[in-house]
Design a protein around this ligand. Structure first.
Ligand code: ADP
Ligand code: MG
Length: 617
C-alpha cells in the first residue's frame, strides 16, 4: 500500500483552525494530553493481555518515553501500549466519534480560547498537539500485528497514512515544534510539566535514563502523603474534568471484600450527565490493572455524577464484563460505596448547608432518581432531599417541613409544576396560605414519579393539593377569620352546581364547593383516584396521552361571582339561563388559564367572553 491522503472531518477541521491559531497561554497541556493517551494505550494493552498474554510477550514493562532532538527541533512521546492498525488510525485521528465535540466547539466559540484547557474532557486531546507544532507524525504498530503505519499532518485540512517500519508495538508521536514553542526543547521545562500534570500516571514517564513521575497510582498512596493539588490534578486527568472537586473521598476498606476508593463529586454537572444510558464513570481497577470505566453494578445510576477510581484486589482479573455485573463481590463494593457517599452527603447537608445547596442544585435531580429504584436507601435518600416550598426562598428537607407542620395537619402537602415561581401564584395554594400551611413546590419531572411510589415520609402522607378534596378543616389555621365561614352563611350552591353540571356535561368530572380557594372564583383539581394534573400535562406534552382528562371544577362559595351566580340559579333553577351556561364555560376556561393551559376551545371562549361583556355593558 502506498501513501494515502485524507481530509479531516469538518468538525476536526474547525477544531484544528482554532487550536493552531491559538495564542492560548497554557499551551503546555498538550503534553498532558499526549501522555494521557500513551497511558491509556498501556492500560488497554495490559487489560487485553489478561486474556491474550502473548500480546505482551518479550516486553512486559510498560513505559512512556519522552525524547528531544534539538537539531530537528522535535519532541516525541512514545509508548509500548496497544498501538493502532491502519483502520483505527484512520478512524481515530481524522474524525471525532465522541458526542461532546459539538458542545466543545460551542464552548470555545463562546468563551474565546480560554476553554482550550478543556480539550481532553471532550475526547479530542490529541489535536492539542497542533497548538505547539507545525507538523505531527504518528508512527504506530498494533500489538500482535506486523505492519506499522505513519500518520502525518500539518493540521491544515489533510493528513496522510503510509506504511512504515517499527520494531516494537506501540506508538510514537513526533512534534515538529513551532518557532514560538522552542521552550519545549528544554529538559527542565519538560520535566516540570510532567511533574505538574502527569505525576500520578501509573506508568513510568522516562526522559533518557530518568523517570520523571512518581509512578505509583495515587490511590495506592496514603492519604496523608497526598496534597490537595495532587488530588485535584488526578481528578482532572482521570475524569477529563476541569472544575475542582466538590468532595474528595479517599479511603481503604478492609473486609470480606477489600478495596480502595478515590471518589470525587464534581462541582459542576459533567456534560454527559443526562445521556440516556446513565452510565457510571468511576474507573474500576483490579489490583491496579484498569478493567473498565463503565462497570455496571459498581454504583447505582443515581450516583453517576461520581468520578474517580475503585481498586479491589478481591475481584478476579480475568472476569468478563458480563460476569462482573453479577459478581456478588461487586455488589458488596457497591453497597459499601453507596453507604459511604450517602454518609458524606448527609454530613455536608448538616454541617455545611450552603455548600450542600451548591451540590444539590447540580446533582439533586439525579440523586432523586434513586427514589424510584427499589433500594434499601430510599428512606435515607428522601431525608437528604431538598425542595422549594412556600416557606421562603431557600430549600427545605421533609424533616424541617415536619417541624413546621400546623396542629391537626395530617399530611405533607405539595404542588408540582415546571417552575417554582409560577407555582407560588397558583389558586390551589390560597386556602393553604390563608391557614399558614406550608406547601412544597416540586419542579423536577422526576418528582412526579417518585411521589407515586413513596407516598409517605415518617408516617405522614405526601399529598398533592391539586388532587382530591382539600382537608383543611381539621388544621388549626393561623387565620381565625376562617371560622366565620360556616355553613349557614355560605350561600347554597346546590342549584348552581346542578346548573353547571348540566351545562358542562362531559367536560368536567364533577363540580363541587371548594375549601382551598379564598381569592379565586374557581380551580380545577384531579379527582382522588385520577392521575395528578401535572403528570397528565407532562405525559400529554410527550405525546403519551391524547386529550385532557375531565377534571373536578371547584367553586369558591365566598367569591362574589359565584355568590351572584348561585343566587341567580336559585331563582329559576338555571336550566334555561344562557348566561349561567356561558359563565360555566368561562369559569372552566379561566381555571385552565390559571393553570397555565389554553382554553379548550379558544374561539368559543372568545365568543362567550364577548357576549357576556356585551350584556354587562
Ligand atoms: P481520547 O483520549 O479522549 O479518546 P484523544 O483525542 O486524546 O481523545 O485521542 C483520540 C484517540 O486516538 C484515542 O481514543 C485513541 O484511540 C487514539 N490514540 C491517541 N493516542 C494514542 C496512543 N498513543 N496509542 C494508541 N492510541 C492512541
Ligand atoms: Mg486523550
Amino acid at each position: 500500500m502506498s501513501k494515502e491522503t485524507f481530509s479531516f472531518q469538518t468538525e476536526v477541521g474547525r477544531l484544528l483552525d482554532i487550536v493552531a491559531g491559538s495564542l492560548y497561554s497554557n499551551r503546555e497541556i498538550f503534553l498532558r494530553e499526549l501522555i494521557s493517551n500513551a497511558s491509556d494505550a498501556c492500560d488497554k494493552l495490559r487489560h487485553a493481555a489478561l486474556t491474550a498474554p502473548s500480546l505482551i510477550e518479550g516486553d512486559h514493562e510498560f513505559k512512556i518515553v519522552l525524547a528531544l532532538d534539538a537539531k530537528a527541533k522535535t519532541l516525541s512521546v512514545s509508548d509500548n501500549g496497544v498501538g493502532m492498525n491502519h483502520d483505527e488510525l484512520l478512524e481515530t485521528l481524522g474524525t471525532i466519534a465522541r458526542s461532546g465535540t459539538g458542545a466543545f466547539l460551542e464552548q470555545l466559540g463562546k468563551d474565546d480560547k480560554k476553554n482550550l484547557n478543556l480539550i481532553g474532557q471532550f475526547g479530542v486531546g490529541f489535536y492539542s498537539a497542533f497548538m505547539v507544532s507545525d507538523k505531527v507524525e504518528v508512527t504506530t504498530r498494533k500489538a500482535g500485528e506486523a505492519e506499522a503505519w505513519l500518520w502525518t499532518s500539518d493540521g491544515k485540512g489533510e493528513f496522510t497514512i503510509e506504511p512504515a517500519s517499527r520494531d516494537e508495538r506501540g506508538t510514537s508521536v513526533v512534534l515538529y515544534l513551532k518557532k514560538d514553542a522552542k521552550e519545549y526543547l528544554e529538559e527542565v521545562r519538560i520535566s516540570h510539566i510532567v511533574r505538574t500534570y502527569s505525576d500520578h500516571i501509573g506508568f513510568p514517564v522516562k526522559f533518557g535514563d530518568k523517570t520523571l513521575n512518581e509512578g505509583s497510582a495515587i490511590w495506592t498512596r496514603a492519604a496523608k502523603d497526598i496534597n490537595e493539588e495532587q488530588y485535584k490534578e488526578f481528578y482532572h486527568h482521570s475524569s477529563h474534568a476541569f472544575d475542582d472537586p466538590w468532595l474528595t473521598l479517599h479511603n481503604r476498606v478492609e473486609g470480606v471484600v477489600s478495596y480502595t476508593n478515590l471518589l470525587y463529586v464534581p462541582t459542576h454537572r459533567p456534560f454527559d450527565l443526562f445521556e440516556p444510558e446513565r452510565k457510571s464513570h468511576v474507573k474500576l481497577y483490579v489490583n491496579r490493572v484498569f478493567i473498565t470505566e463503565h462497570a455496571d453494578g459498581l454504583l447505582p445510576p443515581y450516583l453517576r455524577f461520581l468520578r474517580g477510581v475503585v481498586d479491589s484486589e478481591d475481584l478476579s482479573l480475568n472476569i468478563s464484563r458480563e460476569m462482573l455485573q453479577t459478581d456478588p463481590k461487586l455488589a458488596k463494593i457497591n453497597s459499601g460505596l453507596v453507604k459511604r457517599v450517602l454518609g458524606e452527603l448527609e454530613k455536608k447537608a448538616e454541617k455545611a448547608p450552603d455548600e450542600f445547596a451548591k451540590f444539590w442544585s447540580a446533582f439533586g435531580v439525579v440523586l432523586k432518581e434513586g427514589l424510584l429504584e427499589t433500594s434499601p436507601h430510599q428512606e435515607r435518600l428522601l431525608k437528604l432531599c431538598h425542595f422549594a416550598s412556600t416557606n421562603g426562598d431557600g430549600l427545605t428537607t421533609l424533616g424541617a417541613y415536619m417541624e413546621r407542620m400546623k396542629e391537626g395537619q395530617e399530611a405533607i402537602y405539595y404542588i408540582s409544576g415546571d417552575d417554582a415561581a409560577q407555582l407560588t401564584h397558583s389558586p390551589h395554594l390560597e386556602g393553604f396560605k390563608a391557614k399558614g400551611v406550608e406547601v412544597l413546590l416540586l419542579c423536577d419531572p422526576v418528582d412526579e414519579f417518585w411521589v407515586r411510589s413513596m407516598d409517605k415520609f415518617e408516617g405522614k402522607a405526601l399529598k398533592s393539593i391539586t388532587r382530591g378534596v382539600a382537608d383543611l378543616d381539621k388544621i388549626q389555621g393561623a387565620d381565625k377569620t376562617e371560622d366565620k365561614k360556616d355553613e349557614a352563611q355560605a350561600p347554597a350552591l346546590d342549584s348552581l352546581i346542578a346548573a353547571f353540571k348540566m351545562a358542562l356535561g362531559e367536560s368536567v368530572k364533577d363540580v363541587r364547593p371548594s375549601k382551598r380557594l379564598t381569592e379565586s372564583a374557581v380551580c380545577l383539581v384531579a379527582d382522588e383516584n385520577d392521575m395528578d394534573v401535572n403528570l397528565e400535562r407532562m405525559l400529554r406534552r410527550q405525546g403519551q396521552l391524547d386529550g385532557p382528562m375531565p377534571r373536578v371544577l371547584e367553586l369558591n362559595p365566598d367569591h362574589a361571582i359565584v355568590a351572584k351566580l348561585a343566587a341567580r340559579a336559585g331563582v329559576d333553577g338555571g336550566a334555561e339561563d344562557a348566561l349561567l351556561k356561558d359563565a360555566a364555560y368561562l369559569l372552566l376556561d379561566q381555571a385552565r388559564i390559571a393553570d397555565g393551559e389554553a382554553p379548550a376551545d379558544p374561539v368559543a371562549f372568545a365568543k362567550r367572553l364577548a357576549s357576556v361583556l356585551e350584556r354587562a355593558l
